[in-house]
Design a protein around this ligand. Structure first.
Ligand SMILES: CC(C)(COP(=O)(O)OP(=O)(O)OC[C@H]1O[C@@H](n2cnc3c(N)ncnc32)[C@H](O)[C@@H]1OP(=O)(O)O)[C@@H](O)C(=O)NCCC(=O)NCCS
Length: 112
């Protein structure tokens, strides 16, 4: 199963200033990671796209999972790993990419 999402970064300019939105949608680790970056908006936006991509990849199987259950932690190499309800998920892989205006995320649910 596969999921993809693309987002315009401009859409997040206002949203990211809303502390309630940020704390509802992103984990503490994600907020720390993105806030530490020079262009934090694109890191937030790509994680939002990543949550949607993961949701698309899994939604036929896991009806009880919502977007805000999905989060990412980045390894020291930069590779993001997937967490659902704060538990590491080994059978879902994601890949993120961003430009100044656009972000894209792909998720693959590996079959067992
Ligand atoms: C890691 C790398 C692939 C990122 O590519 P990029 O074009 O700079 O940036 P992109 O916008 O496409 O991707 C950024 C995302 O890649 C992901 N990423 C970073 N390191 C990664 C890794 N080791 N494995 C998987 N994904 C990684 C991250 O999710 C990052 O987004 P985030 O910081 O918001 O989490 C790149 O910096 C790199 O090191 N390439 C190696 C190629 C090389 O050797 N080039 C030099 C010779 S030309």
């Amino acid at each position: 199963m596969i999921g993809i999402d693309i987002e315009e970064i401009s859409r997040f300019k206002k949203l990211i200033k809303d502390k309630k939105f940020v704390e509802r949608v992103f984990s503490k680790e994600e907020i720390k990671y993105c806030s530490s970056k020079k262009n934090s908006l694109q890191h937030f936006a790509v994680r939002f796209a990543g949550k949607e991509a993961v949701w698309k990849a899994i939604n036929d199987r896991k009806k009880n999972i919502v977007i805000t259950d999905i989060s990412f932690k980045s390894l020291p190499s930069g590779k993001p790993e997937v967490y659902i309800k704060n538990k590491k998920v080994k059978n879902i892989e994601v890949s993120f990419s961003h430009t100044k205006s656009t972000v894209v995320a792909v998720a693959i649910l590996k079959q067992k």
